[in-house]
Design a protein around this ligand. Structure first.
Ligand code: KPL
Length: 326
């Protein structure tokens, strides 16, 4: 019998549309994707920008542009910076990069309702636990997306590849809430599903990011170009083999039986995309390498598993993202 992928356990029972107001923290590629499609769908979506300077730049650009196939969408949806937010935030979609998440949330904390829903849609692992500690009464939901989107200019993005988006919770009894949230964020063409095994989905996404993101940085190439060279393919295989060993030590073997295939699939469907890590390195921004490869290497060390290829990629990307490091 064919092995069931964790994504396929998702329940897609239709739930009536809701009128949730979504605040979106982070106007990067993923945040802007949801903001633009949400606004187009008539949903109440509001951007939270870092500071007044960013807000001024946003207004000067008259909002966000998104190129999607032949179409360009251009909207100036409501945006505020964190110092001028009016009411307590009840639903927050967090799309900031892993290292910026906690500082950004702390800066917003007086505007976040105690019982807010904080939905995390970002690469890497380890941040949700930190958020839950900081906001103990909030409902923290984790999500994962393989939509491919990259920044072309400050507020201009390209939706370069269609992917899948899942949300879920590690706590029991939140299924109806999750369905409602998934429904409220399924702005066409984006579709959000509930996973009944979000840990597996996040682990699989971490694995994909451990392969594609650092390798596209080292080779300065688009995702699909990794598949064109035998040398790059060999490196991809090596990274995957090491992840399989760590997965086995953690008891996650069933989640990654098709990992080689999955990585190739994602590199193919997002072939035209520039990975988020490559975009960060090129823009001299902090990367998410610590929450991705760093997280994996940390677990490997705890279980005394050698992951030399991942360690090498971690060191190289860290050197590239902090050029002053020896
Ligand atoms: O998540 C991604 C990223 O760039 O961070 C992938 C799926 C690799 C798409 O580019």
């Amino acid at each position: 019998m064919r092995q069931q992928r964790p994504e396929e356990g998702s329940l897609l029972t239709p739930v009536p549309p809701t009128t949730i107001t979504w605040h979106i923290l982070g106007a990067g590629a993923i945040g802007s994707l949801w903001a633009i499609y949400g606004h187009r769908a008539g949903a109440d979506v509001r951007l939270i920008l870092r500071d007044q300077q960013t807000l001024d730049a946003y207004q000067q650009c008259a909002g966000i542009r998104l190129h999607s196939g032949e179409q360009t969408l251009h909207y100036q949806l409501p945006a505020r910076c964190s110092t001028s937010l009016p009411s307590p935030i009840q639903h927050l979609l967090i799309t900031t990069k892993a290292p910026q998440t906690l500082p950004a949330l702390k800066a917003l904390s007086t505007h976040i309702a105690d019982d807010a829903v904080l939905l995390l849609l970002q690469n890497g692992l380890g941040i949700a636990e930190q958020i839950q500690r900081e906001f103990p009464k909030a409902t923290v939901i984790q999500g994962s997306t393989t939509e491919g989107c990259y920044r072309q200019n400050r507020f201009e993005f390209v939706h370069a590849g269609r992917g899948q988006t899942f949300i879920g919770s590690t706590k029991d009894g939140e299924h109806d809430t999750l369905l409602q949230l998934a429904n409220s964020l399924s702005f066409s063409p984006l579709s959000v599903s509930v996973s009944d095994n979000i840990k597996a989905v996040l682990w699989r996404k971490l694995a994909v990011n451990c392969v594609i993101n650092p390798l596209t940085v080292i080779h300065r190439c688009r995702n699909g170009e990794l598949l064109n060279s035998p040398e790059h393919r060999a490196q991809m295989r090596q990274v995957v083999d090491e992840i399989l060993k760590v997965s086995a030590a953690l008891g996650y073997t069933d989640w990654v039986v098709d990992l080689h295939e999955l990585v190739t699939d994602v590199a193919t469907t997002t072939a035209a995309n520039r990975s988020s890590m490559l975009q960060d390195v090129e823009a001299e921004r902090d990367t998410e390498i610590d929450a991705i490869t760093g997280y994996l290497c940390h677990l490997a060390a705890q279980h005394k598993i050698a992951v030399p290829m991942n360690q090498q990629l971690l060191d190289k990307v860290k050197r590239l993202s902090s050029p002053h490091q020896p």
